[in-house]
Design a protein. Structure first.
Length: 617
């Protein structure tokens, strides 16, 4: 819905300006603008800009009373975010603080000058953990600074930390724990306890928000009443936003489901085209699609049978009191294919098996790690019977089904009301049983055109195209990691961007595994894609990967880097992204004559300049 001349007091030119501006405003900007317009009715305001945002400065018509007492209400909010969750929460927290009259500096850790830390009195940190306990890319410099001898004493600092992670990883929320401990070691005072959030972070994050807001409000004697925005402009903007989100997904129809691999391939990669018609969901190249999958019916039925429970038994599946049968709940609401230490600790309460209780003892930590790997809830039930858990008790200790995130492989400009994703089916054998990826095998075996999937758009602010269309791009994406670069090139074709583009792509075999081959060739012919280097690892006696092709073209790559090219890496974090990073450093040393330390600093600077961006998993 857009503002029309016929139902508003604006002329045609004003309507066009408003309809261009309003959908682009953030929630904080809406609130600021509403307050600014209201203030204009009673006093004069001047607008000032700074590096951290827009602020209003009242121009007093009357000199302030000498009895006025001004209390500083400055808060610094720093986020370290790989996929955007911590950044999104930081923005929401900033909005809530500003509603209560606090002056907030919101910044990515990579943009924050660590030397300014001594000037901060109230610090809120929101940090995710990436990979095996590593800080996200945009938190690395700040994390390293705090751990170094250069970090200052912070006796005047009050702080609190919200940590995001995934409990299926051994080093759960490690980055947030690192910040929390180190700030305390440096003399900071924790005014609210750290909260560690799993994948289902909404409720614990809301509790931390409430704790932080109430503590700061009490400290500054601030009112905690939220500002109500009822202006016509706000109503217009709300009508333009989608009602669908991570907590309220859209049931989207599948338009196409194609296997991209050729006959004889050992891999199966599905290309899904999904309708967003009627959802008002918007996305940009670099964003992800969240899909809530279903567990495999065979696994659910076997699990219920092994527990001796009744599939039709009702259970409550959320805090709203919604009820489903146990079978439905295990299909749709709960994760049953991943084991974690917290899950085993909760499950042990309903088992008299002494071996399980022994496994959870501190001296068996290594054995526990080994057991959890590549096993699921059915393994746990079968290995440590008998069980005394009812259906309600069973779901009480299960983790909610997390959405699976897939890099979007399309441009909305080229495909209005559609979103495309590239999903490789995961199948393997472990511990005497066949295993499979929950969403990938559902997409491969049980989803056909006409079916629906619950989806939402996951904004990824750390993997976006540069605003200048003339900047050259280097894109490195083997396998399904090439998906976002299909979106990038669709977008650049639609917008007529003229910057050079270079794609490095790899897979196993040229004949059967060259994903989107015809499209790359079309873009090469048109000049949308300037050059492409490929590596098919199983077509030669010696395995060749994308990093080998990069080294072969090291001189040209260095020239592109020196010319200001943006580097994008998408795909496997543990091996590919690590090897690509090392290769970039080697190229800088070889072609730029740099020492290892200088090459490392060059790449860090690129990350800080947002020229080296990674979407890795």
């Amino acid at each position: 819905m857009q503002l029309q001349v016929t139902n508003s007091p604006f002329n045609q030119e004003q309507v066009e300006l408003l309809n261009r501006l309003l959908p682009q405003l953030t929630e904080a900007q809406q609130i600021w603008l509403s307050g600014y317009l209201t203030a204009l009715q009673s006093t004069s305001f001047q607008v000032t800009t700074s590096s951290v945002g827009v602020q209003t400065a009242p121009v007093a018509a009357v000199a302030p009373s000498t009895n006025d007492h001004v209390i500083s209400k400055e808060v610094t909010v720093l986020f370290g975010s790989q996929t955007g969750n911590a950044q999104r929460l930081a923005k929401e927290l900033t909005r809530k603080l500003e509603e209560r009259g606090f002056q907030v500096t919101l910044s990515s850790m990579s943009d924050f000058k660590p030397n300014n830390l001594k000037k901060v009195n109230n610090l809120l940190i929101l940090a995710s953990t990436h990979g095996e306990g590593d800080p996200p890319d945009n938190a690395l410099p700040f994390h390293e600074f705090l751990q170094s001898k250069r970090a200052p004493q912070l006796e005047d600092l009050q702080f609190s930390v919200l940590s995001l992670g995934d409990s299926s990883y051994e080093f759960f929320c490690q980055t947030g724990k690192d910040f929390d401990l180190r700030l305390e070691e440096l003399g900071g005072k924790r005014f609210c306890p750290r909260i560690d959030c799993d994948l289902d972070y909404d409720e614990p994050a809301a509790k931390w928000f409430e704790s932080v807001l109430s503590t700061l409000s009490a400290k500054f004697e601030a009112t905690a009443t939220a500002t109500e925005i009822n202006t016509a402009s706000n109503h217009l903007l709300l009508s333009e936003q989608s009602a669908y989100s991570r907590t309220n997904p859209f049931n989207a129809e599948i338009l196409e489901n194609l296997n991209l691999n050729g006959r004889g391939s050992q891999r199966e990669t599905r290309h899904l085209e999904i309708s967003l018609e009627g959802s008002n969901l918007q996305y940009e190249p670099g964003d992800c699609l969240g899909i809530y999958p279903e567990n495999h019916p065979d696994l659910v039925d076997t699990l219920i049978d092994a527990l001796g429970l009744k599939p039709e038994e009702p259970v409550i599946v959320n805090k709203n009191g919604d009820v489903r049968s146990l079978r439905e709940a295990l299909l749709l609401n709960y994760e049953i294919t991943v084991l974690t230490k917290p899950l085993l600790e909760q499950a042990a309460k309903f088992s008299s098996n002494t071996k399980l209780h022994e496994l959870l003892q501190p001296e068996h930590e290594q054995e526990l790690r080994s057991y959890i790997k590549e096993r699921d809830l059915l393994d746990l039930v079968q290995d440590f019977s008998p069980w005394e858990a009812s259906a309600a008790q069973l779901v009480s200790f299960l983790r909610k089904m997390p959405a699976r995130l897939y890099s979007i492989a399309s441009s909305s400009k080229a495909n209005p009301d559609e979103v495309h994703v590239t999903i490789r089916a995961v199948r393997y054998e472990a511990h005497g049983r066949d295993r499979y990826g929950v969403c990938s095998v559902q997409s491969s075996e049980r989803v056909k055109p006409g079916d629906t999937l619950p989806v939402y758009i996951h904004d990824n602010p750390n993997f976006k195209l540069p605003s200048n269309p003339d900047i050259p791009l280097i894109m490195i994406g083997p396998g399904t990691g090439v998906a976002p670069f299909r979106a990038f090139l669709q977008e650049r074709e639609e917008t007529g961007a003229e910057g050079k583009t270079w794609l490095f792509y790899g897979d196993q075999h040229f004949l059967t595994d060259f994903l989107y081959q015809v499209e790359w060739q079309k873009w090469l012919k048109k000049g949308v894609l300037t050059r492409m280097d490929v590596a098919f690892s199983r077509d030669t006696d010696k395995k060749v990967y994308v990093q080998h092709r990069m080294l072969e073209k090291s001189a040209e790559l260095f020239q592109w880097l020196e010319a200001g090219a943006y580097v994008y890496v998408c795909g496997d974090e543990k091996y590919m992204a690590h090897d690509v990073h090392a290769t970039l450093a080697a190229i800088l040393e070889r072609e730029g004559g740099m020492s290892p330390e200088e090459a490392g600093a060059y790449l860090v600077a690129m990350q800080q300049q947002k020229r080296y961006l990674r979407d890795v998993y």
